[in-house]
Each structure stands twice: as C-alpha cells, then as structure tokens.
Write a protein that binds this ligand. Structure first.
Ligand code: DAT
Ligand code: MG
Length: 157
C-alpha cells in the first residue's frame, strides 16, 4: 500500500480559540503518524503560494489576510482522504457533527460570494499530490521525523 502524506494546518481561528490540542488529538487517536509539527506566523508569500489555485476567487485577498493574521500549527500525518473526512466540509454549515468543522466552526464570512465559510478552523490537503506539495512548502528538509510508532502493528494487519 502507498503511504501518503497530508499537511494539516490549524488555522489562526483554531489557535486563538485554543483548539490546537483537541485537533491534534483527533488525528492521534485516529492512528495517523505524526512526522512534523511546528508553530509559526505565516509570511504572506507562503500563504499565497499555498492557496495559489484560488487566486482568481473574490475571497482570495481576505483568505490571505486571515491565514497570515496569527500563528498557526502544522502537523504532518498520514492519509489524505481520511483526514478530509475528519475535518468535514469546507462550509461549516454543511459539515457533519463529529467532524472538526462540524463540531467547532459556525457559519461566518462577511466577505464571500454566496457561501460563508471563511473561519473553518483547519486545513487538510485535498490530494496525495497536494499533500506532498504542501508538506514541501511548509517544512524544510530535516524538519520531518522518521520513526516507527509502537502501536503500528496494532493499527494495521
Ligand atoms: P478546503 O479548505 O475545504 O480545502 P478550499 O480549498 O476550496 O476548501 O478553500 C480554501 C479556503 O478558502 C477554505 O477553507 C475557506 C476559504 N473559502 C473557500 N470558499 C470560500 C467562499 N466561497 N467564501 C469565503 N471563503 C472561502
Ligand atoms: Mg483546499
């Protein structure tokens, strides 16, 4: 089986609201392997590169302002699709209870087209390719850890 990397970011609203531990805890309990973790304020250029696919959107400038407005945490863990499920829909109104966005985010967004999804607490890569791209963007060489979790044989046959 192909090992995937996903790049998880607790966004500034999640940090300000004291949800870092809770969010990391959900990925830990799921059994994903943590390979990198850091806390720092995101420079504008990095935010722009990260969200370059959304450059044409009306909410892009406010998205960049928001992401760079405070400290964020990065966590490198496994499996992309599974992380997206734990995170829930982009729009907190549509995110199911039990997901991170479903449990912790409300509808917001003075500044969107017709949806209001600005403050949604967390980011997760949307494909294995983007998992690789984003991890390389946010973590330098030597910042990721190679290790074998003691629970690995109890998680996978
Ligand atoms: P996701 O974060 O679920 O991968 P995305 O990649 O489409 O969603 O968008 C990135 C972020 O941009 C999203 O978490 C919040 C913001 N965003 C997306 N659509 C928006 C909209 N219609 N109005 C305001 N912000 C939006
Ligand atoms: Mg996305």
């Amino acid at each position: 089986e192909q090992v995937e990397q996903t790049y998880i970011m607790v966004k500034p609203d999640g940090v300000q609201r004291g949800l870092v531990g809770e969010i990391i805890s959900r990925f830990e309990r799921k059994g994903f392997k943590l390979t990198g973790l850091k806390l720092f304020q995101c420079p504008k250029e990095l935010a722009e590169e990260h969200y370059k696919d959304l450059k044409s959107k009306s909410f892009y400038p406010t998205l960049i302002d928001y992401i760079t407005s405070g400290p964020v945490v990065w966590e490198g863990v496994g499996v992309v699709a599974s992380a997206r499920k734990l995170i829930g829909s982009t729009n907190p109104l549509q995110a199911e209870p039990g997901t991170i966005r479903g449990d912790f985010a409300v509808q917001t967004g003075r500044y969107s087209d017709n949806e209001n999804v600005g403050r949604n607490v967390v980011h997760g890569s949307d494909s294995p390719e983007n998992g690789k791209r984003e991890t390389a963007l946010w973590f330098k060489e030597g910042e990721l850890c190679e290790w074998t979790p003691a629970q690995a044989p109890w998680l996978m046959e």
